[in-house]
Design a protein around this ligand. Structure first.
Ligand SMILES: O=S(=O)(Nc1cnn(C2CCNCC2)c1)c1cc(Cl)ccc1F
Length: 79
């Protein structure tokens, strides 16, 4: 699948980053504690560990499960 524009409306099921890391679940604070939670961003579909763009960045991203890498863009292509 692919994302339109900046991916803020991307609702696909990619959960992997550009470097092949798995995404951390949005409702988890481990390994990375963060502020991008479903209750704070109810319209951003921050479900499971799916790649999303809740902060108007240039593409879908996620917090990574690698403790040394806080977040990364995802391996989903622009349409
Ligand atoms: O640390 S965070 O919880 N999450 C965070 C940090 N960097 N990012 C990037 C994610 C991709 N887009 C640019 C910011 C997100 C965080 C920090 C601050 Cl200062 C503001 C919001 C926020 F949530």
């Amino acid at each position: 699948d692919c994302y339109e524009g900046n991916g803020s409306s991307y609702r696909g099921i990619t959960s992997e980053t550009v470097s092949g890391k798995k995404c951390q679940w949005w409702n988890s604070m481990s390994p990375h504690s963060h502020q991008k939670t479903e209750d704070k961003f109810p319209n951003a579909d921050l479900k499971r560990n799916l790649c999303r763009n809740p902060d108007g960045d240039r593409a879908p991203w996620c917090y990574t499960t690698d403790p040394s890498v806080r977040w990364e863009y995802c391996s989903v292509k622009k349409c």
